[in-house]
Design a protein around this ligand. Structure first.
Ligand code: NI
Ligand code: MN
Length: 225
């Protein structure tokens, strides 16, 4: 069973039998992060969009590990220009990597790198490792195609942004959980900054009231799924 470790904000480490990946590795500059980029050992770095709280330490981690960055085409090119190994993909596309399968989904958001470079459309990731599927939607508003994503994929865990302002808030994230029909939903993208200081327990309570299996994964904790 793959192991999912929450590193804070939207950053997750996923370890399977065939490899280790990190998604949206924003560690430096995250006041709540407990891990340092130099402690991360991974084979691939998945990045949903160019915003600083998602690309984060991605290029540094990729270079230090001789790992490959998987990202939408324009963002992958930006990372390649910084000297990283990249595997560009785009929305709707899937690819089998040594560690598992990745498929890119839509995300309703923006994407520019911290230096202002436009990095195309943002994405979400469906990651299948050891027969289990994780959905990481990146930063996004609620969209009804989450129902389609749920119909076409047996999602074991979905991590959902709940912080409002830049992404879904709690009410919309609960609706997302309903549409996705994931076996378990975990909140992310909250409390890192004052503007997204919402209580994850309110999300969990609201999701449970709808009969959904939601839980908080504290920063630094690991869940097998
Ligand atoms: Ni963003
Ligand atoms: Mn963000």
């Amino acid at each position: 069973m793959p192991k999912l470790t929450f590193l804070g904000h939207s950053a997750f480490l996923v370890e399977g039998e065939k490899g280790r990946i990190i998604i949206d590795p924003f560690l430096t500059g995250n006041p709540l992060a407990k891990s340092k980029p130099e402690d991360i050992r991974v084979d691939y770095v998945l990045i949903t969009h160019g915003h600083g709280d998602h690309i984060g330490d991605g290029v540094q981690i990729a270079k230090a590990n001789n790992a490959t960055i998987v990202a939408p085409f324009e963002l992958a090119n930006y990372c390649a220009n910084q000297g990283a190994n990249v595997h560009p993909m785009h929305i709707g596309g899937a690819h089998e990597f040594p560690f598992g399968r990745v498929k890119l989904t839509i995300a309703h958001h923006g994407s520019a790198a911290p230096d202002g470079t436009y990095t195309g459309n943002p994405c979400g990731f469906l990651v299948t490792m050891d027969g289990k599927t994780l959905y990481h939607p990146g930063d996004t508003g609620l969209f009804y195609d989450m129902k389609l994503i749920g119909e076409m994929n047996k999602i074991d865990v979905a991590v959902l942004p709940i912080g409002d302002n830049f992404t879904m808030g709690i009410e919309d994230a609960v609706k997302a959980a309903e549409l996705l029909q994931a076996k378990k939903v975990i909140p992310m993208h909250y409390k890192t900054f004052d503007i997204i200081d919402v209580e994850p327990q309110k999300f969990v309570d609201a999701a449970k009231a709808k009969g959904l299996n939601a839980e908080i994964l504290p920063i630094g904790e690991t869940l097998e799924f």
